[in-house]
Design a protein around this ligand. Structure first.
Ligand SMILES: Nc1ncnc2c1ncn2[C@@H]1O[C@H](COP(=O)(O)OP(=O)(O)O)[C@@H](O)[C@H]1O
Ligand SMILES: [Mg+2]
Length: 181
């Protein structure tokens, strides 16, 4: 298998014959071993389960075998799309769809979208979790906006933002200012 990509916490290997990739969470030497092991296992399980549940509902890679620190998924032969208005709309709509399904992505940007020349796929649910709390929803939107600054209005509009969520985003922003971050 060839190394396809190397993130800060995981390596992605490509198995061309089988048309799949393996996402392997690697040992982080700066972390205490048992804590690191526990986190790698729970992150792997959570990401695998969320992808499995989303498959058939939203366009995500299909998952196959799961191991302790790794899992196999469908290889999407594609690249990260350019950020433009259309992509900002896709990001907004994707967030809304995820939130309707009770999933917080927590790292949605063009770097976690793959375009195969035909369709757009959402990937990297490594920080994702299940929640329907307005605070988590607002933070998820803030994460996406912070990666698409020029298109904040487009993301919010295509999301179909409600006043309640908009107000919560304002709250979080003013809390951050007050805390000086
Ligand atoms: N199913 C897939 N098919 C093709 N490439 C993938 C797939 N999953 C991940 N990749 C590639 O590997 C990179 C890192 O994967 P990702 O899940 O985003 O891990 P990380 O948590 O390290 O960011 C992606 O940006 C993408 O280029
Ligand atoms: Mg990623």
């Amino acid at each position: 298998m060839e190394l396809l990509a190397r993130g800060s916490e995981s390596y992605i290997y490509l198995d061309r014959e089988r048309g799949l990739v393996v996402k392997d969470r690697v040992r982080r030497m700066y972390m205490e071993e048992s804590l690191d092991s526990r986190l790698r296992k729970t992150r792997t399980t959570t990401e695998y389960n969320i992808l499995r549940d989303l498959y058939g509902k939203l366009r995500v890679p299909r998952v196959f075998q799961r191991h302790e620190y790794s899992f196999e998924m469908e290889y999407i032969e594609g690249t990260n799309p350019q950020l433009d208005r259309e992509m900002a709309r896709f990001i907004g709509k994707s967030l809304r769809d995820l939130h309707e399904l009770g999933i917080i992505h927590y790292d949605l940007s063009i770097y976690n979208i793959l375009y195969n020349g035909d369709e757009l796929y959402l990937i990297d649910f490594g920080l994702s979790f299940r929640s329907r709390k307005i605070e988590d929803i607002a933070n998820d939107i803030l994460v996406a906006i912070s990666q698409a600054l020029d298109y904040e209005d487009v993301v919010l509009e295509s999301y179909g933002i409600t006043d309640a969520v908009k107000n919560r985003i304002q709250d979080i922003r003013s809390r951050a200012r007050y805390a000086g971050v």
